[in-house]
Design a binder for this molecule. Structure first.
Ligand code: NAP
Length: 152
């Protein structure tokens, strides 16, 4: 099963200046709880935005055609090669990988933390790819809705 997890702002932005311009401890805890012990797949830029350290307690897969060796991570040149080896995985970003995975319809379920404020971001999850999903509110806080999307 391929699952995607992301936090977006009101405009579906996921980042600004190559970083996430907000920090919500509840969302970080939710991300940790969902992905702990699992395989996580990320783009090269996301990996290097994490201070170049793999996320502990998870199998870190990085997609890259330009960086074949990354300490602490297994690198694949394509998502298809990664998924042929790890069919049960979480797609954890960034924008290029999210949008590719959704466009190819590889995602079975997605967890979106939808922040109600706008942060003037410069990278976006393309919400037009979400029309085949039904969304359910898992819980809400003062700042964000935690949504589960299941393919219809
Ligand atoms: N809000 C959130 O939930 C969230 C989550 C994660 C990351 N982010 C943010 O997202 C930003 C990075 O996103 P980004 O779109 O610039 O970059 P990205 O998707 O993290 O990485 C892009 C790079 O990854 C490789 N790649 C991506 N998709 C691939 C595919 N389908 N097949 C093969 N290789 C692929 C390529 O590497 P090569 O060029 O080496 O081939 C590509 O240049 C960071 O600012 C990060 O903080 C936000």
């Amino acid at each position: 099963m391929v699952q995607l997890i992301a936090i977006v702002d009101r405009d579906w932005s996921i980042a600004k200046n190559n970083a996430i311009p907000w920090s919500f401890p509840e969302d970080l805890a939710f991300f940790r709880q969902k992905t702990d012990g699992s395989v996580i797949i990320m783009g090269r830029k996301t990996f290097f935005s994490l201070s170049e350290h793999p996320l502990p307690g998870r199998k870190n897969i990085v997609l890259s055609k330009t960086c074949p060796d990354i300490p602490g991570a297994e690198v694949f040149p394509t998502l298809e090669q990664a998924l042929s080896q790890y069919s049960d995985a979480w797609i954890i970003g960034g924008a290029m990988l999210y949008n590719y995975t959704l466009r190819q319809r590889y995602v079975d379920a997605l967890y979106i933390t939808y922040v109600r404020q706008a942060y003037d971001g410069d990278l976006f999850l393309n919400a037009s790819y979400l029309s085949d999903f039904s969304f359910y509110l898992l819980h809400a806080t003062r700042q964000a809705d935690f949504l589960l999307g299941l393919r219809c």
